[in-house]
Design a protein around this ligand. Structure first.
Ligand SMILES: Nc1nc2c(ncn2[C@@H]2O[C@H](COP(=O)(O)OP(=O)(O)OP(=O)(O)O)[C@@H](O)[C@H]2O)c(=O)[nH]1
Ligand SMILES: [Zn+2]
Length: 197
């Protein structure tokens, strides 16, 4: 557990995960005591602590420090890679997030936009909610003229099981403020998100 997780949120109960993973191994007909599986429950517990590390953290804290600037055009961070866990199957969905806003008097450090994606993705999620949470956090903390979030991801619950459609990408977007009202602002952001790859 990182210091940050320990100080800001409830720690993940790793011994409890270990017991549950042992149960799952037994339930699938494996022998949890065979050599190759002995460390698996502890390993999975550490992995879940990492994958769900954002659950009890408040990503708003990353947006508290801002810098006064008169710049009031689009700021867009494109292609922020992320991995999250679909809350329906506890399988990963992996993709990129594009996060943009139009500042009103102050800007935020650009790394902070990637930090909020990181933290919001490290929870049991559905892609739509994750998209909205990022956009709403920008509005809440930065009071920007507009905010836009586009996420594209491949859901392994759709690739390795179930309908089995590898390569199918799910695209979600959340637009707030100016981007909702002004079609040309939205089109500009979308063309920058989609263009020149
Ligand atoms: N809207 C949305 N659906 C998701 C997301 N991640 C996974 N799902 C879907 O959640 C749904 C769960 O449907 P259920 O019918 O309860 O579960 P299931 O029987 O395993 O469904 P199949 O995947 O179709 O086999 C599936 O259609 C998944 O594709 C997500 O981020 N957003
Ligand atoms: Zn799923």
């Amino acid at each position: 557990m990182s210091e940050e997780t320990a100080s800001q949120g409830k720690p993940v109960d790793q011994p409890r995960i270990e017991r549950a993973v042992r149960e799952i191994l037994a339930a699938i007909g494996e022998d949890p005591d065979r050599n190759g599986l002995l460390e698996t429950p502890a390993r999975v517990a550490r992995m879940y602590a990492e994958l769900f590390s954002g659950l009890h953290l408040d990503p708003a804290r990353h947006l508290k420090k801002t810098f006064e600037e008169t710049y009031d055009e689009l700021v867009l961070i494109r292609d922020i890679t992320f991995n999250s866990m679909c809350e329906h199957h506890l399988l990963p969905f992996i993709g990129t997030a594009h996060v943009g806003y139009i500042p009103k008097g102050s800007v935020v450090g650009i790394s902070k936009l990637a930090r909020i994606v990181e933290e919001i993705s490290h929870r049991p999620q559905v892609q739509e909610r994750m998209t909205e949470q990022i956009a709403d956090l920008l509005v809440q903390e930065l009071d920007p003229k507009g905010a836009i979030v586009v996420i594209e991801a491949e859901h392994s619950c759709m690739t390795i099981r179930g309908v089995r459609k590898p390569g199918a990408m799910t695209i979600t977007s959340a637009v707030r403020g100016l981007f909702r009202k002004n079609e040309s602002s939205r089109a500009e952001a979308m063309s920058l998100i989609n263009g020149h790859r």
